[in-house]
Design a protein around this ligand. Structure first.
Ligand code: ADP
Ligand code: MG
Length: 150
C-alpha cells in the first residue's frame, strides 16, 4: 500500500490534482471518494474528467446513481449514498471490471462489493482548505499514484 497526502487551498487546486490522475489512468481503474457533504468529491471528479478529455459538464449523480461520460476512456461516476442494502442489484462488477474508469462517491455504502485493489481518496476539511489522502492498494494503483502525484 502507498499513501499520499496533499493539501489544497482552492477548488482549482483540487481539480488540478485530479486532472493529473485523469491524464494517466488506464482502462479498468477504480477510484473511491470519501468525505463529508461539500468536501469536494464531485469537484475532484470534474478535474478527473478534464484529464480524460471529457467535454460534457460533470455534475453530482445523486439522482441517477450512475452517470456515464465519454472521453479518452469512458468515465462511470457513481454516488452510492442512497444504495445502502441495494448494492447487489447494481451490476457494479460490469463497471469495476470494465474498460472504463469507475469513480464512486460514498464507497462506505457498497464496501462489501468493492475490490480492495483501488485508489481510496479521502477528502477532509481543514482550516484553510482540504486535505486529500490517497491510499493505493495493488501494484498498478501504486504505480499510478507515483506517476500522477509524486
Ligand atoms: P461533495 O461532492 O463532496 O459534496 P462538491 O465537490 O460538490 O462536494 O463541493 C465542494 C465545494 O467546496 C465547492 O463549492 C467548492 O468550490 C468548495 N471548495 C472550497 N475549497 C475547496 C478545495 N480546496 N477543494 C475542493 N473544493 C473546495
Ligand atoms: Mg458530490
Amino acid at each position: 500500500m502507498a499513501t499520499y497526502v496533499i493539501h489544497t487551498t482552492t477548488e482549482d487546486e483540487t481539480k488540478e490534482i485530479a486532472r493529473r490522475l485523469g491524464d494517466v489512468v488506464a482502462p479498468g481503474t477504480l477510484l473511491t471518494l470519501e468525505g463529508d457533504l461539500g468536501a469536494g468529491k464531485t469537484t475532484f471528479v470534474k478535474g478527473l474528467a478534464i484529464g480524460l478529455s471529457i467535454q460534457e459538464i460533470v455534475n453530482s449523480p445523486t439522482f441517477t446513481i450512475i452517470k456515464e461520460y465519454e472521453g479518452r476512456l469512458p468515465l462511470y461516476h457513481m454516488d452510492a449514498y442512497r444504495l445502502e442494502g441495494e448494492e447487489d442489484d447494481l451490476g457494479l462488477d460490469e463497471y469495476v471490471y470494465g474498460q472504463g474508469v469507475t469513480v464512486i462517491e460514498w464507497p462506505e455504502y457498497v464496501e462489501e462489493v468493492l475490490p480492495e485493489q483501488r485508489v481510496s481518496i479521502a477528502i477532509a476539511y481543514t482550516e484553510n482548505g482540504r486535505t486529500l489522502t490517497f491510499k493505493a492498494v495493488g501494484q498498478i494503483y501504486e504505480d499510478l499514484c507515483r506517476e500522477a502525484l509524486s
